[in-house]
Every structure is written in structure tokens, then in C-alpha cells.
Design a protein. Structure first.
Length: 347
């Protein structure tokens, strides 16, 4: 674009210079003394070259950048020159001179190149600054990921800088917070499971020691007594009845213990029948009216899910017996849109 504008400007200037060249040539041919070197030195866009006696009629040619600009701006349009043989014996060549215009275009090109260079340098510096900021964010992210992989879930990114960087830091911090909360929940769950296991062991040990252990001690005492009263039929019969009663209680205690550890009824009957057996046994032992209502088309459940539901009902009935003071209990097991629904209600 700059060259096209320069060509148009040079064209206008040199058209005027051609008229000056023609005027000088005509004037010099009529009056050779009117063309003096001191007068022609300051002419703009006109070149007057005085030739020596043996010098060929040729103008000095430009080289380098000036020559290239001359070809781009002028081509062959203003390459003509006029040789004058003056009456006083002098020889002179008069031609249109575009050196001033070429110098102006060259200066403009140099200024434009300098500006482009400065703009390019500024752009490179800006890109380097932006890339360094981005690399800094990536370094922080990499360091935080290393901390997370090492188990330090408290690592957080600073929410600053570009909107994209803030969003990345926000999502990363939310992720690490979720991981930290999940690890905390897992720790609490593990502690709760350990506490439940310890409670079950304590309850099992207490049952074996307080109930079953006492029955075994009583049986041993009755056996010793049998040896002592072997010759007394009445005492032997009474001791035998006591032994039978202790053995029956010991067997009931073992059955209750096994039932608490795992409900054997789930192995031999459907879930609805196992619920019915549990409700009837609880009603007989607690003396509280308890009715069970089971819906139709119950889905088939795996063993762990059946045991879980059974334990839920067992725990609910135990809480009713201990804390509710109720006289009526209603239990409902039915199918819902998402699975099974177990409802226990008392008055």
C-alpha cells in the first residue's frame, strides 16, 4: 500500500519535472549562457549533468536500495534523458531526477520498518509475559497435583489472575475439598465399623460369660451333686430335672445367640415368611400386639440386602419394646418405585 501511494505521488511530481526539463532544454538551445551550473544545482526533481569532452553520454546509475526503489516507483516511464550540445562547445544532459522522492519513500519505509520492529518486539514481550503467567499457573497446578498424589488433600490453588485461571483454581479446590471430605467420611465410617465390631464382641463375651457360663457352672455343680447322692433316688430324680432344665435354657441361649449373629430363618424361607416368624416371636416374647402386612410381587433380593432389611426390622422392634411403651405395632413391607419400603409404626 505504501509503494502504491508513493508511485502515485512520484508520478505527479515527475510530470511537473518533465515540463521543467523541456523548458530548460529549449532555453539552453536558444541561449547557452542561460544554463549556468550554479543555477542548476538547486533544482528539485531535475538533474543537470555536465559532461567532459571525452565522457560518454550516460547518467550515473543508483545502486542498492535506491536502485530497487527506483525500479519499483518509476519502472521505464521516466528513464529518458536529453543530451544538449550547446553552441559554446559544452555538453550537458538534462533528465528528470526522482532521487528526492526515492529518499522520502526510503525514509518512510525505514520508519515503518522501525515501527513494525518495535510493534513485533512489544508483541513478543507481551506473549512472553502471558506465557510465563500461564506456565506459572501450570507449575502451581503441577505442584498441587503432586501434593494431592502424596496424600496432602489440603493443597489449594490461589484464585487469582485470568478468569480461566480462576475457574481452574476453583474447580481444583472444589475437587480437593471433596476428596478431603470423602477421606474424612471414610475415616469416620471405619471408626464406626470398628466400634460396632467391638460392641458386638463385648456383647458376645458378656452373653457367654453371664448367661451361658452360669448355666454351664450350674450343670457342673449338679453333676457333682449326682455323684454325692447316687444312693438317694429322690435326690437323683430332682437333680436330673434341674439338669434337664439347665440344658434346655443353655440350648435356648445358644439359639438366641446364633439368631443374633445371623438369622438362620433367611436361609430356609422367603423374606416375607422370615418377617412373619420374627414378628410372631417378638409378639410372644413382649406381649405387644404386632401385625405384619406384606405386599405382593416382592422383588428378589441378594443375601446381604435380605439380611440388612431383617436387621432393620429387628432393631426397630427392639426400640419399640425398650422406649415406645406402645401396645400396638404395625409393620408393612411393600414394593415401591425404587425398590422395597419397610414401615414400622406404633401407637
Amino acid at each position: 500500500m505504501l509503494l502504491r501511494q508513493a508511485v502515485a505521488d512520484v508520478e505527479r511530481e515527475l510530470q511537473s519535472a518533465q515540463a521543467v526539463v523541456a523548458y530548460l532544454g529549449d532555453t539552453a538551445e536558444r541561449d547557452p549562457q542561460s544554463l549556468q551550473p550554479r543555477l542548476t544545482q538547486s533544482l528539485r526533481h531535475v538533474r543537470v549533468h555536465w559532461l567532459a569532452a571525452d565522457e560518454p553520454a550516460r547518467l550515473p546509475q543508483a545502486t542498492g536500495l535506491d536502485a530497487w526503489l527506483g525500479r519499483q516507483l518509476l519502472g521505464q516511464r521516466h528513464d529518458s534523458s536529453r543530451l544538449l550540445e550547446l553552441g559554446d562547445g559544452r555538453r550537458v544532459m538534462i533528465a528528470v531526477d526522482a532521487r528526492d522522492e526515492i529518499d522520502e519513500v526510503r525514509d518512510s519505509l525505514q520508519q515503518l520498518l522501525v515501527l513494525c520492529g518495535l510493534a513485533l518486539l512489544l508483541s513478543l514481550l507481551t506473549i512472553r509475559w502471558a506465557v510465563r503467567r500461564g506456565m506459572g499457573l501450570l507449575d502451581d497446578l503441577l505442584q498441587a497435583l503432586r501434593q494431592v498424589s502424596g496424600g496432602q488433600l489440603t493443597a489449594r490453588l490461589r484464585e487469582a489472575g485470568l478468569p480461566e485461571a480462576r475457574q481452574l483454581a476453583e474447580h481444583f479446590n472444589r475437587m480437593t475439598a471433596s476428596l478431603e471430605q470423602a477421606r474424612c467420611d471414610n475415616t469416620q465410617l471405619t471408626q464406626a465399623l470398628l466400634a460396632v465390631q467391638e460392641q458386638e464382641r463385648t456383647q458376645l463375651a458378656q452373653t457367654l460369660h453371664d448367661d451361658l457360663g452360669q448355666y454351664l457352672a450350674g450343670i457342673r455343680a449338679q453333676l457333682c451333686l449326682l455323684r454325692m447322692v447316687a444312693d438317694q433316688p429322690t435326690a437323683v430324680a430332682q437333680t436330673t430335672r434341674t439338669l434337664e432344665l439347665d440344658c434346655e435354657r443353655l440350648q435356648q441361649g445358644f439359639r438366641a445367640l446364633v439368631h443374633d449373629l445371623y438369622p438362620l430363618a433367611l436361609q430356609h424361607m422367603p423374606l416375607a415368611e422370615a418377617f412373619g416368624l420374627l414378628v410372631s416371636q417378638w409378639q410372644a416374647s413382649q406381649g405387644i400386639d404386632c401385625r405384619l402386612r406384606v405386599g405382593e410381587h416382592l422383588p428378589a433380593l441378594p443375601g446381604p440386602s435380605r439380611t440388612h432389611l431383617y436387621r432393620l426390622l429387628q432393631e426397630a422392634l427392639t426400640n419399640v419394646a425398650r422406649h415406645a411403651g406402645a401396645s400396638q405395632v404395625r409393620v408393612r413391607l411393600q414394593r415401591s418405585a425404587k425398590g422395597l419400603r419397610l414401615l414400622v409404626r406404633d401407637n
